[in-house]
Write a protein of this length. Structure first.
Length: 198
């Protein structure tokens, strides 16, 4: 059974998982699986010897489970998520920060300074760039924005992706987490199907 090694993303490298290929206990090569490409449906990855390897359903499942476990380690147990901890995570914002998380003022400042905000009040900040379009209560699609509000103790809480001027999250699952969970479900189904055919 392959031993997988998680490699956190950085400014210079992408989040990935590597594993060695051996035959008859003899090392042959190391393969590197780009996490984002795997989550996009790519199943063939390059190896150090110049060859490519097509992942089996079981390998995909093992790698995806490792990604989920490592991402959970990175994102949990942090009282206040700051720019330093976000950059250190190697993850996109929607993979790192979840509605209800307390964030540092530096995170809020980042979203204010990237694009002029659509809402900038002492108690609520919404980034100026649309996150997605979601149906409102009447079924009309409206833009959502990355939204933060100041709590009673003066800290900022990430509300999620809300309509302009509101603090109600309209996106049930963030894209990054949802994509990983869907890939995991698909891989589990494929492994079960392969097992049933044997």
């Amino acid at each position: 059974m392959a031993q997988y090694k998680y490699l956190r993303g950085t400014c210079d490298s992408r989040e990935s998982v590597e594993f060695d290929i051996s035959k008859h206990s003899q090392y042959i090569t190391t393969c590197v699986v780009d996490a984002d490409l795997l989550l996009c449906g790519i199943k063939t990855f390059p190896c150090n010897d110049g060859d490519d390897v097509k992942l089996t359903a079981q390998q995909q499942l093992d790698i995806l489970e490792l990604l989920l476990a490592e991402r959970d380690k990175i994102t949990s147990g942090i009282a206040v998520k700051t720019m330093e901890s976000w950059y250190g995570s190697g993850l996109n914002f929607d993979e790192y920060c979840f509605p209800g998380d307390t964030v540092g003022e530096d995170v809020v400042d980042y979203f204010v300074n990237v694009v002029p905000p659509v809402t900038l009040r002492s108690d609520c900040v919404q980034s100026g760039e649309e996150h997605s379009c979601e149906p409102d209560d009447s079924g009309k699609y409206r833009a959502t924005y990355t939204t933060f509000h100041r709590t009673g103790d003066g800290q900022f809480r990430f509300d999620g992706y809300c309509f302009k001027g509101e603090n109600q999250n309209r996106v049930e699952k963030t894209y990054g987490r949802q994509r990983l969970e869907k890939c995991l479900t698909d891989a589990r189904n494929e492994v079960e199907l392969d097992a049933g055919l044997q």
